[in-house]
Ligand binder design. Structure first.
Ligand code: TYD
Length: 215
């Protein structure tokens, strides 16, 4: 049985750290998995990533921005995620469609219905089984992200934008509680790792992918 796990959250919430820790847990439990990310994960996606994120000087209309993320997503689903799931793999994706709903829908103000429709086309309706949402106050998150260096296009947006993004993630999670594990990004890395592993190892055990859950 395949398993599609995504990580979401506002800037600086600690996704990368927790994805690395989950990867180490999976390796220790001998569970193979395919790590990927958005935007990116394919040759086209990597090119789109550099246009949409790194080239901060380039003017990109909100609609164009959304369509670029969607183009990266369509390629990633077709080339990587769907084939992996079809062969029964575990896929871990750093951001996915919820990021477009939050950043381009709530953040940039695009029509949520339109965002949902295009996302449906781009993904063929493919949704994650589990989404880990690391929630964090954007004032804290942006300070954390700033330590990492030059802000990218989205990090450069104002605080109000990031507050809308955070709230949108929480609203999406509240509407689909069975898919989401919502965690407070201010908790310690060890505590977050333990909670994430408890949820994911339980699912893997139910799927027969690990025999003894290792908490
Ligand atoms: P990411 O690589 O996860 O960076 P970070 O470590 O800053 O979270 O995400 C890249 C940026 O792209 C992030 O600011 C969120 C943004 N993004 C969107 O605005 N829409 C999308 O659909 C996706 C996938 C990402």
């Amino acid at each position: 049985m395949s398993l599609f796990i995504t990580f979401e959250g506002p800037e600086g919430a600690g996704k990368s750290t927790q994805i690395k820790r989950l990867a180490a847990r999976l390796e220790a439990a001998n569970v193979s998995f395919i790590p990927t990310r958005e935007p990116g994960g394919t040759l086209l996606g990597t090119r789109i990533r550099s246009v949409v994120l790194q080239d901060v000087e380039l003017e990109v209309h909100p609609l164009a921005e959304f369509l670029l993320y969607s183009a990266s997503r369509a390629q990633l689903v077709a080339d990587v995620i769907r084939p992996a799931l079809q062969s029964g793999e575990v896929v871990i994706c750093d951001r996915y469609a919820d990021s477009s709903a939050a950043y381009q829908g709530a953040g940039r103000g695009l029509n949520p219905r339109f965002v949902a429709d295009v996302t449906w086309e781009a993904t063929g309706g493919l949704r994650p089984h589990i989404t880990v949402l690391l929630d964090l106050d954007p004032e804290v998150g942006l300070k954390r992200a700033a330590v990492r260096g030059q802000p990218d296009r989205l990090e450069s947006a104002d605080l109000g934008f990031h507050q809308r993004v955070r709230q949108a993630f929480l609203d999406i999670a509240a509407a689909e509680p069975e898919r989401f594990l919502v965690l407070d990004g201010q908790r310690s890395e060890d505590e977050l790792e333990a909670d994430i592993w408890a949820a994911i190892s339980a699912t893997l055990t139910a799927l027969g992918k690990v025999t003894t859950p290792d908490h």
